[in-house]
Design a protein around this ligand. Sequence first.
Ligand code: NAP
Length: 239
Amino acid sequence: MLLEGKTAVITGAGRGIGRAIALAFAREGCDVFLAARTVPELEETAALVRALGRRAEWCRCDVAEPEDVRQMAAAALAAFPAVDILVNNAGWAVFRPFLELTPEEWQRTLDVNLTSVFTAVQAFLPHMRARRAGRIINISSVTGIKGLHLQSAYTAAKHGVNGLTKALALELKADNIAIHAICPGGVDTKMARDNMPDRDKTDWMTPEDIAHTALYVATQSPRAVTDIIHVRRFDSEPL
Ligand SMILES: NC(=O)c1ccc[n+]([C@@H]2O[C@H](COP(=O)([O-])OP(=O)(O)OC[C@H]3O[C@@H](n4cnc5c(N)ncnc54)[C@H](OP(=O)(O)O)[C@@H]3O)[C@@H](O)[C@H]2O)c1
């Protein structure tokens, strides 16, 4: 198994891409610590992981609240002897014409998608640095690379995630810590259905497609690193 003996912390692990990553990692022997706000969804993901024979612990955490993130990190590091992989997956979006965005929606988009990554990396970095080992996987978006219509706040936040990933790659290499950004196009999840209820999603990617990519970067050779990885629907346009 590719992740035998490893532990991963996964935010937004109650459903969608985060849950699929938790299960894909567990199938490869990884124990997981799950974080999100909806407790029944966390309990369900944890039960699915345990059914695969791996350990799963969870805590309720709003990643937009720095104190929640710090408490989540403390809980994860108390529950497991080490954290090898941090997956910053929790995200949220509102798709709307720019002039109709409220300052609160703008701020919430930045807090949930971007500042959460800053806070979580700060919370786990001392532990990874002390071990001179660790891997950080940020679930960004194709909007981290190009702008999409009616997605200005989300595009700004995900561009920030990609910028932070690239800058930290330079800073963290001295500590032997790898950092990646995965940038999916359309994935059929609650977030996509909430924002684009009328789009036909028959040919959209599944959460498992993105989990497969996360497993790829999580198991890269120590001599190689993929900074930014764009995963698009097969019938969409290349960048
Ligand atoms: N679906 C797509 O087409 C697509 C494309 C590119 C990138 N992405 C990215 O993929 C990631 C996962 O999204 P998804 O598509 O899987 O959506 P999803 O099914 O709605 O799942 C989002 C997860 O994030 C959690 N979350 C949301 N706000 C949170 C908060 N403030 N604090 C803690 N957890 C929070 C949710 O749980 P709670 O609501 O219970 O907190 C849920 O577990 C996001 O970063 C998203 O931007 C998605």
